[in-house]
Structures are given as structure tokens and as C-alpha cells.
Design a protein around this ligand. Structure first.
Ligand code: CP
Length: 338
């Protein structure tokens, strides 16, 4: 049976991404009404993590449980991936035992290699290049918090800060969906030319727009959402003084900058946040901050994505088949020593 991986939102059309979001919306609605459909009954998810995680790990694990399946947390050092065993061998084995694989890998090439050899869908849970599950969640969250009188294609999203893996994915999904995306950062921390080319190509097709600037005040003037992320990540500790000097104070999302945006503008952050660094407490905890709705939506989005990629592949025995196997199993059991 054919199947697809979820490595990059660029591999999917606007319509397909909307289908994932619609699935997320109806499953969340059911969940809020107290109905948790067991759409992935008895299915297993292997979760490979080469880096720590709170939201991605918990949301995928809870999503599988609530959908009637099971998740295995395979943390660094617990499996042989790439050490004592090739990625190829590991992924072939996981494919025989699990219905889907989620992987957070240090290098993007690792997740693409997993996907190349997997016989079940692979879902990218963040790499050094992108974070596709996060940004499907982000677009869903923006749609839930749509400013009055606007539609998706009207939305103006401003990302302030480093060209992180979240920035790359957010820029690409927003432009693919026909939204208007602005990135404000010091020139040195703006996205590479290749990402800009891809985003511009998305705009040409979708009617969206892309602006890259080093002026955060201008960038927020018409923003419906201001979004930021960490200024440094694991492995960049030696760059902290240089990065802090480049971003602070001009690119910090503080109340002064937030107040330059329209009065309806909402604040987003993928979390974890360094409070007082890329954003201040008064913005993170502002009445128009939607960071915890956004976080909660990781759970609902993982459900939508898992169902989208796994549900069509699951096979369950017919009543007739079950009865036949029950008879055979009972016969085998009756021969066991008493
Ligand atoms: N936003 C996000 O991916 O959070 P975690 O690193 O906690 O998974």
C-alpha cells in the first residue's frame, strides 16, 4: 500500500495541508465534547528523539493513547540508531513492528535517510532545518484565533528573531497558504537565499507575500500575529554573547514593540521560551498572548497528522475472520498442559 512521509510542508499542496488542519479541527471538537475516537486502535508509534523535548514528545505520546494506540519513547542512547547498527537496519526493524515513526534528529539528513528506507510513514519532529508539525499547529491556531472580518489569505504574520528551523517552516507554510509573511532580523541572521527563493515561489502560486527586513517596528505595524523563537539553541552556547548583542534590545518582543502592532495583534511562540530574552514576561503573559493555546494545539495537531498518515493504512479483521481465528486459538489453548 502506498504511503507518504511528513518531512517538509513543501511536499504538500495547500489543499492537502488544509485537509490535515480540518481533520485536526474535527478531532479537537470531538475531544472537547468528551468523545475521543479510537481511530488508531492498537497502532504503535516509535518516537526517536536525539534531542530533548517537552511538547513534541508529550503531544505525540498522549495523541496515540487517546486515539487507542501506543507510543514508544526511544530517547538518545536507548536504541542503536547509527551506532552499532546502521540507520537502514534500525528503520527496517521499526517498520516491521510499528505503524508509524516520529523522529527528532540533530541533522535533517538523518530524518530523510529514515524516510528513504522506512516501510511506514515517518513524521519529522524537528531537525536542524525545519519543524513541520509545529507550523501546521501554528496555522491551525491562527485560524482558531482569526481576527474579526479576516480570512486565512488576509493574515499577516511577523516573525522576529533568528532564522531558526521554526522560522524556515513557518515562512514556507504561510507563503504556501497564501498568507503575508514578514521576517525581521539583523542581516546576519536572515534566512539563506535558497529558503527565500522557495518562499517566493510559494507566493507566486498562492498570492501570498514575503518581506525580509531588519526593521522590527515596520515589520509589526500591520501584523495580525507576532511570533518569535529562541535566539540560540543547544550547541550554539559559544555564540551567546554575539547573538545577544545582535538581537538585544532592538529585536526583543517587549511591550513597547508589541504596542506598535495593531490593537488586535496576538503573540505566538513555539516554546520553550527564554523569558526576558527574545520576549518579555509582559508579552508572553499578555491577554493577547496565545502561546498556551498554541502549545495545547500540538496535541490536537499530532492527532490530525497521525490519523491523516496512518488511519488509511490500518487493517482490521472482519467479524468472520475474528471468529475463525478465535476457534483456532481456543483449539491451540485447549492442548496446553493443565
Ligand atoms: N515547540 C517544541 O517543539 O517544543 P519541544 O522542544 O518541547 O518539543
Amino acid at each position: 500500500m502506498s504511503f507518504r512521509h511528513f518531512i517538509d510542508t513543501q511536499d504538500f499542496s495547500k489543499n492537502e495541508l488544509m485537509e490535515m488542519i480540518e481533520l485536526t479541527r474535527v478531532i479537537k471538537q470531538a475531544d472537547k465534547a468528551g468523545y475521543s475516537p479510537k481511530l488508531l486502535k492498537d497502532a504503535s508509534l516509535a518516537m526517536i528523539f536525539e534531542e530533548p523535548s517537552t511538547r513534541t514528545r508529550v503531544s505525540f505520546e498522549v495523541a496515540m493513547t487517546e486515539l487507542g494506540g501506543h507510543a514508544l519513547y526511544l530517547k538518545p542512547g536507548e536504541i542503536h540508531l547509527g551506532v552499532r547498527e546502521t540507520i537502514y537496519d534500525t528503520v527496517k526493524v521499526l517498520s516491521r513492528m510499528c505503524d508509524v515513526i516520529e523522529a527528532r534528529t540533530l541533522k535533517h539528513e538523518t530524518v530523510t535517510e529514515l524516510a528513504r528506507h522506512a516501510e511506514v510513514p515517518v513524521i519529522n519532529g524537528l531537525t536542524d532545518y525545519n519543524h513541520p508539525t509545529q507550523v501546521v499547529c501554528d496555522v491551525f491556531t491562527m485560524m482558531e484565533h482569526m481576527p474579526v472580518g479576516k480570512k486565512l489569505e488576509d493574515l499577516r504574520v511577523t516573525f522576529i528573531g533568528d532564522a531558526t528551523n521554526v522560522l524556515s517552516s513557518l515562512m514556507l507554510i504561510c507563503t504556501r497558504m497564501g498568507m503575508h509573511f514578514t521576517h525581521a532580523a539583523p542581516k546576519k541572521y536572515q534566512p539563506p537565499a535558497e529558503w527565500i527563493e522557495w518562499a517566493k515561489a510559494n507566493c507566486a502560486e498562492s498570492g501570498g507575500s514575503l518581506t525580509i527586513t531588519d526593521d522590527p517596528v515596520e515589520a509589526v505595524r500591520e501584523a495580525d500575529y507576532i511570533y518569535t523563537d529562541l535566539w540560540w539553541w543547544v550547541g550554539q552556547e559559544d555564540q551567546i554573547p554575539e547573538r545577544r548583542a545582535a538581537f538585544m534590545p532592538k529585536f526583543q518582543v517587549n511591550l513597547e514593540l508589541f504596542n506598535k502592532a495593531p490593537a488586535h495583534c496576538q503573540f505566538m511562540h513555539c516554546l520553550p521560551a527564554s523569558r526576558g530574552v527574545e520576549a518579555t514576561d509582559d508579552v508572553l503573559d499578555h491577554p493577547r498572548s496565545i502561546i498556551f493555546d498554541q502549545s495545547e494545539n500540538r496535541l490536537h495537531t499530532e492527532k490530525g497528522l497521525l490519523v491523516y498518515f496512518v488511519y488509511p493504512r490500518l487493517k482490521y479483521a472482519s467479524e468472520e475472520n475474528i471468529a475463525d481465528h478465535k476457534t483456532k486459538i481456543e483449539a491451540a489453548l485447549s492442548k496446553l498442559p493443565k
